[in-house]
Structure formats: structure tokens, C-alpha cells
Design a protein. Structure first.
Length: 332
């Protein structure tokens, strides 16, 4: 057996192991929205809509699709700012697949809205025409169409135009979670829009930056490190914006005097607490990666904690999706 063939076999085996690990992580992430809501509701006396786990899973796929596509655009923009970066050797785009997954998830969520926020069992249960007559139905259709447009943009010669349909999805989500019946819905929608946008850039941006770093590891390691460094600076601002908008949104739904009690007594609070703990773990991993990036003799060692960071961020996205499917706490 020649050395070339042995090397090819090793590369194939390594690729197979990586694929298996990715599939395992995706399966574990899917368990969070599926099993998380029923677990969080246990013992609270609260009632959730039927099929809450399935709805949370669909929303997790939708959020992940936005993160992947928006993060790819964001990281590509950072890479263009690095002198000498081999932009022609960029990683293969995942945006078309993400748009397809987002379309399927948005279509599933629209079918739930068409059935009166219940899981449809047959086509006759759905009132498709009724979607145009309600606010939630219009927003659901907007998301379905936005992912179709995003997919077409991703396959076109100008993939950067995806930013507009992706922005439409973010706006639709911000409006959906704040119905007109609540106090100051536009303020709540504005906070959610900033939160969702910054989170998508943070999560998806890190994912694509790591793909760039891995792609350029042998041919342009210096340029890959430079992209990671640029991302690290912007990520600090994104994290600050996510924290501020998250705290403000929490206080709007859980007044300061009842936050501690509702964090353990309600399903929403329990899930939010788990999300906060994971975000804390992400912050530690981010600081670790940035410390290696700045002080280590080999900045490429920042890849390992950054990779762990993106895995934990995937769990945060899944928990965020579970939050949207749980009943909002009662303001005491």
C-alpha cells in the first residue's frame, strides 16, 4: 500500500469521525427543545400548548438557520478586511442548506398557526387562507417566503443580498413574541430584534470563523488568526448588547422583585436560568480563547476553546427556542 493511499485512508477516517461527532452533537442539541419544556414545566402547575416540544424544535431549527446564514455573511466581511487573505479559498457555503432547513421549519410553524396553534394531524385541520387574516399568520408566511428568497440569494452571484430576507425573519420574530395586547409592544420588539440580531452574528459568526481558520490552517494560518482576532473584538460588543437587551427583556416580563422566585418556580424562569448559566460558561471559554490568542506563543491553540464555545452556544440557541414555546410568567 502506497504512502499516498495510507494518507487518504487516514483523512477519510478522520472526516468520518468528525461527521459522527457533529451528528451526535446535533442529536443532543435536538433533545433540548424536545425534552426541555416538559421537564421545565414539571411541578410548576403551568400548562403549555400541545406539542410544545415539537414547536420548540422547529423554532430551534429556524434560529439555527438564521445564525448560520447571517454568521457566514458576517465572517466573510471580516475576512475581506484582512490583507492578503486567500478569499478564493473560502469554506464551502452552508447558506443554501440553512435556508432550506429554515424554510421547512418556518413552514411547519406556519402549519401550527393555521391550525389554531395546535399540531395538525391532517391537511383538513389547517386553514391556510386564514393565515392572511391574522397577525401571527402573516408573520409566519413572511418567514416562509423570506427563507425562500434567502435560499435564492445564497445561490445567486450576490449572496450578500441574503441580509434583507434574514433581516425580515428577525423582524418577524421580534414582532411575533410581543403581541399588541402587551404593554409597550414596540419597545419589547425592539429589544428582541437587537437581541436576536446580535446573537445570530455572535453564534453564526464564530462558527464560520472557525471554519475559515480550519480551512486556512495549512496555507494561511496568519490570516486565519487575524480573522479570529477581528471577530473577538466585535464579539465583545455583541456580547454586551445581548446582555443588556436580555436583562431589559427579562425585567419587562419578570419584575425585579419577583425574578429570583420565578427563576425556580416557573418553567420560563428555569429555562432562562439554564440559559444564563450556559452563557456564563460561554463567556469563560471566550476569555480563555482570547487569552491564548493574545499571549500564547502559538495563537492557533485558541481554536480548541473557541470550538468548545461554539458547541455550548448551540445549546444556548436550543434553550432560546425552548423559551419561545413556554408560557410567559405572570407579572406579580
Amino acid at each position: 500500500m502506497t504512502a499516498t493511499r495510507v494518507t487518504a485512508i487516514r483523512v477519510t477516517a478522520a472526516g468520518g469521525r468528525r461527521a459522527a461527532v457533529v451528528l451526535a452533537l446535533v442529536a443532543l442539541a435536538a433533545l433540548i427543545p424536545l425534552l426541555g419544556p416538559p421537564t421545565a414545566l414539571r411541578g410548576t402547575g403551568e400548562a403549555a400548548a400541545p406539542g410544545v416540544g415539537g414547536i420548540a424544535l422547529l423554532r430551534a431549527v429556524l434560529f439555527a438557520a438564521v445564525c448560520v446564514s447571517a454568521g457566514e455573511l458576517f465572517a466573510a466581511r471580516l475576512a475581506r478586511r484582512v490583507p492578503g487573505a486567500p478569499l478564493e479559498d473560502a469554506p464551502r457555503s452552508w447558506a443554501p442548506v440553512a435556508a432550506a432547513a429554515g424554510f421547512v421549519a418556518a413552514l411547519g410553524l406556519a402549519s401550527v398557526v393555521a391550525t389554531g396553534n395546535l399540531l395538525p394531524r391532517r391537511l383538513s385541520d389547517m386553514d391556510i387562507g386564514g393565515l392572511y387574516q391574522t397577525r401571527d399568520g402573516t408573520l409566519a408566511l413572511l418567514e416562509v417566503n423570506a427563507f425562500v428568497v434567502a435560499g435564492l440569494c445564497a445561490l445567486s452571484r450576490r449572496p450578500a443580498t441574503q441580509v434583507w430576507p434574514l433581516a425580515a425573519v428577525a423582524v418577524a420574530e421580534a414582532l411575533r413574541v410581543h403581541p399588541t395586547t402587551e404593554d409597550s409592544p414596540l419597545i419589547g420588539s425592539g429589544l428582541t430584534l437587537v437581541h436576536v440580531t446580535c446573537a445570530a452574528l455572535w453564534v453564526g459568526g464564530l462558527l464560520h470563523v472557525l471554519r475559515i481558520l480550519r480551512r486556512w490552517r495549512a496555507t494561511a494560518p496568519g490570516e486565519g488568526i487575524a480573522v479570529l482576532g477581528l471577530y473577538a473584538r466585535v464579539a465583545a460588543l455583541l456580547f454586551a448588547a445581548i446582555t443588556v437587551t436580555g436583562v431589559c427583556s427579562t425585567l419587562r416580563r419578570m419584575p425585579a422583585g419577583s425574578v429570583l422566585e420565578q427563576l425556580t418556580a416557573t418553567a420560563y424562569g428555569r429555562t432562562l436560568l439554564a440559559k444564563v448559566l450556559l452563557v456564563g460558561a460561554v463567556a469563560v471559554l471566550a476569555l480563555w480563547a482570547r487569552r491564548r490568542l493574545r499571549r500564547s506563543s502559538d495563537p492557533l491553540t485558541a481554536y480548541s476553546p473557541a470550538r468548545a464555545e461554539v458547541v455550548v452556544l448551540g445549546a444556548v440557541v436550543a434553550l432560546s427556542a425552548a423559551l419561545t414555546a413556554l408560557p410567559v410568567p405572570i407579572r406579580w
